[in-house]
Design a protein around this ligand. Structure first.
Ligand code: ACO
Length: 432
């Protein structure tokens, strides 16, 4: 159980209104200390105030460990660098969701199940007809995932969780690829059971009936790496949303659909699209990247260097480092020369030496180089965040499942400090 790693190590003292209170302090398996304030309000009448939840531990979790100061990211104890080098997305998904690296039989069974659940109900195809072709694929993705609960009404909170997990991972890539085909007006390409997860996704996106399309190995590997690097990141905005919605015992599909919406925003997963749009803007402006560094430092301009900064990483984002190396490799293997990569490199070089960024510990995050790779492998810009969602899916599922299996898990219900009007009497309309 997730709480097994919590050890009551010491007691903190709180002095409030001249009275002393004991707060139990728990320590996680990596030595992180958390003060238990669950009894704070009932004992003292006070709540904690932590806008943006930067210091709030909302749960105990055994899935992912991050040390933002040291740039460490581990899934179930395995360093991201080792998984990126040696594993594949399906194996990593199994690891995150079920907690251990799969045996050969387990992996084969998982892969078999994922391929044999990848079709979506033919009736669901009609939904695509209702969307305008200009619809953002993230909107389509979240709607389609939510609608899965209509097609699998038995998928309630207490349903056959493993079956629904399989269905969701298997079908999300079909839903994503169909939304792309819809946006460009091409016929849907059905999933193939002989391809890898990433290979099948690319095949469904890029194959056309009149041509033989084989997914280039370098493209398949690049996408698989991106999916692995995005697979989990503990209590980020979208994962916390999945937990928040799931805490009401909403079903898996409804909870994940909410996570997709949270990911869409430009401060979270939507940043990868914004990075490319920013780089394109700089290119169109004569590639004057220094001007944009100055703008990012000028608060009046409201301009932010997209793909820079992170709530947790305050030294470097290990995923960005892997992706920077991968971007060089993929572009050279594909023979792609992208001027946006040069602008990105220049921005990074200048920003890393600039006191504004150094003082605020602003470094490139995972989204800074991912867009360059997506572009090089032919993924259209408005599909970048969809790729992120596909990658993050096993993480969301793992958290939803962990919460569901935690004894005594409670509905998420934060408090607030009220700053509105105090009591006043209603005034009739004619007297206002
Ligand atoms: N460009 C310029 N200045 C920045 C940037 C940036 N990208 N990011 C943060 N800052 C500045 C802030 O203005 C603030 O300055 P101040 O202390 O003088 O007021 C300081 O750095 C701290 O930033 P906060 O916004 O308080 O940091 P927070 O942890 O709340 O936000 C976030 C983190 C949202 C990632 C932010 O850095 C940002 O908006 N970055 C750009 C968007 C982005 O790349 N998002 C993807 C994140 S990774 C992911 O979700 C997968």
């Amino acid at each position: 159980m997730a709480n097994d790693h919590l050890t009551l190590t010491e007691t903190a003292k709180l002095l409030l209104h001249s009275k002393e209170y004991d707060l139990p302090a728990y320590t996680g398996s990596e030595g992180e200390v958390g003060l238990d304030i669950t009894q704070l309000r009932s004992k003292t009448g006070a709540i904690t105030f932590d806008s943006g939840y930067g210091n709030t531990g909302s749960c105990a979790s055994a899935i992912t460990f991050i040390d933002g100061e040291k740039g460490i990211l581990r899934y179930r104890g395995y360093p991201i660098e080792e998984l990126a080098k040696n594993s594949n997305f399906i194996e990593v998904s199994f690891l995150l969701i079920f907690g251990h690296l799969p045996s050969k039989t387990e992996l084969e069974r998982f892969h078999f199940n994922l391929t044999h659940h990848s079709l979506i109900h033919e009736e669901m195809k009609k939904f695509y007809e209702g969307f305008p072709s200009s619809a953002h694929p993230m909107g389509i993705l979240s709607s389609m995932v939510s609608s899965l609960s209509a097609f699998y009404p038995e998928a309630g909170y207490n349903a056959d969780v493993e079956l629904n997990i399989t269905r969701l991972i298997a079908k999300l890539k079909t839903i994503a690829a169909f939304s792309y085909k819809k946006s460009i007006g091409q016929p849907y390409v059905y999933p193939r059971n002989d391809l890898s997860y990433s290979g099948d996704l690319l095949h469904m996106m890029f194959a056309v009936p009149s041509e033989n399309y084989e997914v280039p190995k370098v493209v398949e590997e690049a996408l698989d790496l991106l999916l692995i690097l995005h697979a989990d990141h503990e209590q980020n905005c979208s994962t916390s949303t999945v937990r928040m919605v799931g805490s009401s015992e909403a079903n898996l599909f409804a909870s994940i659909s909410a996570g997709i919406c949270a990911l869409w925003g430009p401060l979270h997963g939507g940043a990868n699209q914004q990075v490319i749009e920013m780089l394109e803007k700089i290119k169109a402006d004569g590639s004057d990247y220094k001007k944009y560094i100055s703008m990012a430092k000028d608060k009046e301009s409201k301009f932010k260097l997209m793909g820079f900064g992170h709530r947790v990483y305050k030294n470097f984002d290990p995923r960005a480092q892997i992706l920077k190396a991968s971007a060089d490799k993929v572009l050279s293997q594909l023979g792609v020369k992208d001027p946006l990569l040069d602008i990105a490199r220049n921005l990074e070089e200048v920003a890393l030496k600039d006191p504004f960024f150094i003082e605020r510990k602003l470094y490139p995050n995972v989204d800074f180089y991912s867009g360059i790779i997506y572009r090089a492998i032919g993924i259209p810009t408005n599909m970048f965040t969809v790729m992120f969602a596909l990658g993050r899916l096993p993480g969301w599922i793992a958290h939803w499942k962990e919460m569901r299996e935690t004894p005594g898990a409670r509905i998420y219900r934060p408090r607030q400090i009220y700053t509105g009007e105090t009591k006043r009497s209603f005034i009739q309309l004619e007297k206002r």
